[in-house]
Design a protein around this ligand. Structure first.
Ligand code: FAD
Ligand code: NAI
Length: 466
């Protein structure tokens, strides 16, 4: 068994871990990263963000060709989808992207160990890979991410009752798909198969889908997805599921206490993700998890054990790739004695449905609950020339600002390219822009982003095009 010593050792090569490793190398540290998967990139690149977005794009092209090309004067005959090719393209995208991380590790002289890491002392890890290694770090970052939260009445079998891991790799388009959990994964993966012809039924515990986002976004997204053919059972509690080789029956109880029985060929369980700390040996070094299984850290990402830090999905905060990366950079800069600043209120959240939903800052519900006085500006895409020209007029931009000071407190967009446009909201929040500041900025014409300017003007009652 060989022994290896580094300034910084990162456990987990997801967007939290690999970015932390690169930042460490940039700051002159000797760095190692340990990953138990064969490929780098974590959940996000292997089975999360990247493959799901590849399938979302492919399925949206198909859907556009089927439903919208005719209006543009484009006739398509014999249109068919080829799920095998769609999956192959997705796999190719994943392979290229994960290989890109291997390249970045080499470029930054980061030593990669493949195998599962376990703490044997505060500064020492055993790595169980093809060969056994011991790795020591003056600083060790836990970036072990998250895994699917199981739903006890509906145990996953990986065949008919599946998680996102299998849902991004189906060999056929389901005729009927039940989605348990109307959150981000359910709406995205449901959209992929809904666009390809599956009848999608969503069973959600709360009284609305994407319940953590602004209520107007939930309503509008539900409307758009209904148009796509989705059925919704809200305020409904799943009580069980039975699978055969070819189909599955889900039972649930609606808010009136009535039993609902639903049939499908697949059920996707997407009720959230939980931190992954299995076999890490945290008990051996005295790190106790919080009530939700997360690794507790302070504002500098330090755990209760000196020299051991944690970032990304395994700690509290939004479970998002860009949040994990920001954690990674900030954590390493703290280790290096710098003074980074990270505010989770600036972390945007996106749902890559079509229309897309993107949000940053406070929702209207949060402002109401906090008692803060606010004003609201909104602009519908149907009043946007660019949106009409593109045949993409579903959705709105909504801006919330302090009633007195006009400081922007939140931006919420449902509409075309919302995912990219929300960057303006992040910038506005970070620099404490007022709604007026955003409203007076020139926005190129014709663009979807003009809707942001108009919503900002509307917050002060001076929108020009509504
Ligand atoms: P992870 O990416 O989970 O990486 C952790 C890594 O640690 C894994 O590779 C794991 O194998 C490794 N590991 C665990 N334990 C050990 C051990 N003991 N030894 C060695 N290695 C270990 N987020 C977005 O921002 N945008 C999206 O579009 C998006 N889409 C998603 C779609 C899906 C279907 C899913 C499931 C998630 C999606 N997410 C998205 C969430 C995103 O993937 C996570 O927030 C992000 O990957 C968290 O990064 P991380 O580095 O904390 O952990
Ligand atoms: P989620 O937290 O987004 O949604 C889970 C949904 O399930 C919620 O609406 C919740 O009310 C519901 N639910 C919980 N228990 C239930 C039950 N017993 N029966 C019915 N419904 C129930 O979780 P999801 O979609 O699994 O995603 C996991 C994580 O991955 C999220 O934190 C998300 O941030 C991240 N992710 C991000 C993406 C993005 O940024 N575009 C894409 C996919 C995932």
């Amino acid at each position: 068994m060989s022994e290896n010593k580094f300034d910084l050792v990162v456990i987990g090569a997801g967007p939290g871990g690999y970015v932390a490793a690169i930042r460490g190398a940039q700051l002159g540290m000797t760095v190692a990263i340990i990953e138990k998967r064969d490929t780098l990139g974590g959940t996000c690149l292997n089975v999360g963000c990247i493959p799901s977005k590849a399938l979302l794009d492919s399925s949206e092209h198909f859907h556009q060709a089927k439903e919208k090309f005719g209006v543009h004067g484009i006739k398509v005959t014999g249109l068919k989808h080829d799920i095998k090719q769609m999956m192959k393209r997705k796999d190719d995208v994943v392979e290229t992207t994960t290989k890109g991380i291997e390249y970045l590790m080499k470029k930054n002289n980061i030593t990669v160990f493949h195998g599962a890491a376990t703490f044997v002392a505060n500064d020492t890890l055993d790595v169980a890979g093809k060969k056994k290694e011991t790795v020591k770090g003056a600083h060790i970052i836990i970036a072990t991410g998250s895994e699917v939260t199981p739903l006890p009445p509906v145990p996953l079998d990986g065949k008919r009752i599946i998680s996102s891991d299998e849902a991004i790799a189906l060999k056929e388009v389901p005729k009927k798909l039940i989605v348990i959990g109307g959150g981000v994964i359910g709406m995205e993966i449901g959209s992929v198969y809904g666009r390809l012809g599956a009848e999608v039924t969503v069973v959600e515990f709360m009284d609305r889908i994407i319940p953590t986002m602004d209520g107007d976004m939930s309503k509008q997204l539900q409307r758009s997805l209904k148009k796509l053919g989705f059925n919704f059972h809200l305020s409904t509690k799943v009580t069980g599921a039975k699978a055969t080789n070819t189909k599955v029956t889900v039972t649930a109880e609606n808010k009136k206490g009535e039993e609902v029985s639903l049939d499908a060929d697949y059920v996707l369980v997407s009720i959230g993700r939980r931190p992954h700390t299995d076999k890490l040996g945290l008990d051996k070094i005295g790190i106790a998890l919080d009530e939700r299984g997360r690794v507790p850290v302070n504002g500098r990402f330090e755990t209760s054990v000196p020299g051991v830090y944690a970032i990304g999905d395994v700690i509290p905060g939004p479970m998002l790739a860009h949040k994990a990366s920001e954690d990674g950079v900030a954590c390493v800069e703290f280790i290096a004695g710098q003074h980074p600043h990270l505010d989770y209120n600036m972390i945007p959240g996106v749902v890559y449905t079509w229309p897309e939903v993107a949000s940053v800052g406070a929702t209207e519900e949060q402002l109401k609950e906090s008692g803060r006085q606010y004003k609201k500006g909104a602009f519908p895409f149907k009043a946007s020339g660019r949106a009409r020209a593109s045949e993409e007029s579903d959705g709105i931009v909504k801006i919330l600002a302090d009633a007195e000071t006009d400081e922007m407190l939140g931006m919420h967009i449902i509409g075309p390219r919302a995912a990219d446009m929300i960057a303006e909201g992040v910038l506005g929040l970070a620099y404490r822009a007022s709604a007026e500041d955003i409203g007076i900025l020139p926005h190129a014409h014709p663009t979807f982003s003009e809707a942001i300017k108009e919503a900002a003007l509307d917050a002060n009652g001076v929108a020009l095009h509504i």
